[in-house]
Write a protein that binds this ligand. Structure first.
Ligand code: SAM
Length: 294
């Protein structure tokens, strides 16, 4: 799988793309991750990517040109071109090696929210050997007004060959980006963040961990919460007694049928007490539905 992120802050992805399970997935060649600064597609004197809203009002709006140009450059005529600002690998995603100027947008993004200017942290064009992709890429807009992101959506995206994430900033996007460029709009929850970078990281992490070969035998995505529509059962490890609190006897019985049945019960009860609405769509037998309804 290949994942490109369009962002004004590619350096934010250095740690996430280079560390832990995502970093290992990259090393193993299971996923290719790049962060592209779309300010490099601004194509105007001051490299501005935002402008005042038509009709007035507060906040700035992301202009359509840089976002369309960045996506089109990534896709290229054959859909395989490398973005001019594309970065990959933690070494290139690191903090500005030249201490380049930070040139903010002309609105909400000025100063602390300003993006990196040309010649800043993102100025390392990288030619990457691209695998041939079969399916058209999904172009995903990070947006609090989007479809709520779920484990089902993570599974759906994990079956794709290529994903492009667009991270917003400022007040909003020019509506033509939504209407004519993106295939999906996703929200990570009913709250508003300053930018789409953290939501993109959340989604990428949950998608990549589902790719075959990413998780070792020690962790199984299939048993995780939400995979079967329920919350996962409780876990215990040694010691069997800690400060007088004992591990449930069944778990040290060695009786696997009883253990499986205890875990299933706990999973149902935990879902009932914490997230009862999940039970409406969870995979359950008739007998289980009757039991939980009592
Ligand atoms: N004015 C916008 C609204 O009310 O819908 C919020 C803009 S927010 C300050 C800036 C950017 O952060 C958004 O364009 C989006 O990319 C990202 N963002 C903020 N909250 C998000 C969420 N819950 N899920 C996904 N993206 C989010």
């Amino acid at each position: 799988m290949r994942i490109d992120v369009l962002t004004l802050f590619p350096e934010m992805f250095a740690g996430v793309f280079g560390a832990s399970i995502l970093g290992k997935a990259r090393e193993k060649g299971i996923v290719e991750l790049t962060a592209v600064n779309f300010r490099e597609y601004a194509n105007n004197k001051h490299n501005t990517v935002d402008d005042y809203p038509y009709g007035g009002g507060g906040g700035m709006v992301l202009k359509p040109e840089p976002v369309f140009s960045a996506v089109e450059d990534l896709l290229g005529p054959g859909g395989e071109k490398t973005g001019a600002g594309a970065l990959q690998g933690p070494e290139q995603l690191g903090i500005d090696p030249q201490g380049g100027d930070l040139e903010g947008g002309n609105g909400e993004g000025s100063g602390s929210e300003g993006g990196n200017a040309l010649g800043g942290a993102t100025a390392v064009p990288t030619e990457i050997a691209r695998p041939q992709t079969a399916k058209p890429p999904r172009v995903i807009l990070m947006c609090p007004q989007g479809e709520p992101f779920t484990q089902r959506k993570a599974e759906e995206l994990a079956a794709e060959d290529r994903l492009i994430f667009i991270c917003g900033h400022y007040e909003g996007y020019d509506e033509r980006i939504r209407e004519h460029l993106v295939t999906d709009e996703l929200s990570i929850g009913d709250y508003v963040l300053t930018g789409g970078e953290l939501p993109a990281m959340v989604i990428i992490d949950s998608v990549v961990r589902l790719l075959p070969g990413v998780l070792g035998n020690e962790s199984s995505a299939a048993a995780d919460s939400f995979s079967n529509g329920l919350l996962e059962y409780p876990h215990y490890t040694r010691p069997a007694v800690f400060r007088g609190w004992e591990v449930p006897e069944v778990l040290i019985s060695g009786h696997h049928v009883r253990i499986d049945s205890w875990r299933r019960e706990q999973s149902l009860l935990r879902t009932l007490s914490r997230r009862p609405e999940l039970l409406e769509t969870a995979e359950m037998t008739e007998k289980e539905r009757e039991w939980i309804a009592q």
